[in-house]
Design a protein around this ligand. Structure first.
Ligand code: C2E
Ligand code: CA
Ligand code: CA
Length: 245
């Protein structure tokens, strides 16, 4: 952080109903001393173990808020940006004040931020984490359940929390195009989520078959290399408001 080696990339999300990119997920990147990228799957667990993820996560949210402000001031058509939240952050006593403070200081509306929480976050610390999610949601922040299908979350816990959306993990999308049983289950689950007013995003859409499946399921949003890769700020801006082919 001292040497400013963290960068945020933005992966545009495609909205099926209007064919536009008006959302994105912020994905953290770390450059080592030689300028090579260290994958987040490597450095995030280290940052979590050391507790540094609290400051790093705060920095990510702050940069995202600034970016949203900049986009809005240029009249770019953007609805919200998603930020990944670590369980370590959610376990902090002051997480609610801290995150809302960052958003307020930047003068943006909390509903421009979607916080992504994984199923595994809910398993071990449901009481503490659930209370924080409720308070942040009551303040206007949106929540998405990330990597759905990879954990073993208690479905009633998921339904009890004020999630706005569910992100189907890429493994479910990939399996569904080769496994009929998986495909039937995901189609039905998606319908169920939509029936209880949860938005559904398909992750990891790389091929035409993945895309066809996501649309067949009625997914509201699509995220994946087929549409857009995570991009540096200099390229991400061009996507927002643009219609895909
Ligand atoms: P995630 O939250 O599930 O993020 C989506 C990951 O899928 C990203 O990997 C993205 O680059 C990748 N992806 C997107 N579309 C496709 C596709 O079509 N095919 C394939 N194969 N992959 C796709 P990335 O950027 O390497 O991030 C990995 C994980 O690191 C994230 O998974 C998230 O859990 C964590 N992470 C990233 N940034 C942050 C952060 O700021 N804070 C925290 N706490 N975790 C973060
Ligand atoms: Ca995520
Ligand atoms: Ca995910």
């Amino acid at each position: 952080m001292k040497n400013d080696r963290f960068l945020i990339y933005y992966q545009p999300l495609y909205t099926v109903s209007d064919g536009k990119f008006t959302e994105a997920e912020a994905l953290l990147r770390l450059k080592d001393a030689d300028g090579k990228f260290v994958p987040p799957d490597e450095f995030i667990p280290v940052a979590e173990r050391s507790g540094l993820i609290v400051d790093i996560g705060g920095m990510v949210l702050d940069k995202v808020c600034r970016y949203i402000r900049e986009l809005l001031s240029c009249r770019v058509d953007i609805d919200s940006i998603s930020v990944n939240l670590s369980v370590v952050q959610l376990m902090q006593d002051d997480v609610v004040e801290r995150l809302l403070g960052i958003i307020r200081r930047n003068g943006i509306s909390p509903n421009r931020i979607v916080l992504e929480v994984t199923e595994s976050t809910l398993i071990s610390n449901y009481a503490v984490v659930g209370e924080k999610i409720r308070r942040l949601s009551a303040a206007g922040i949106q929540f998405a359940l990330d990597d759905f299908g990879t954990g073993y979350s208690n479905i009633t816990n998921v339904i009890d929390l004020p999630f706005d959306g569910i992100k189907l993990d890429k493994s479910l999308i990939w399996d569904s195009v080769v496994n009929e049983r998986c495909s039937v289950m995901i189609r039905d689950l998606t319908r169920t989520f939509k029936n209880i007013s949860l938005g559904v995003t398909a992750e990891g859409v790389e091929t035409q078959a993945h895309d066809r499946f996501a649309r067949l399921c009625g997914c509201d949003k699509i995220q994946g290399y087929r549409y857009a890769k995570p991009l540096p700020v200099s390229q991400a801006g061009d996507f927002f408001g643009r219609r895909a082919i």
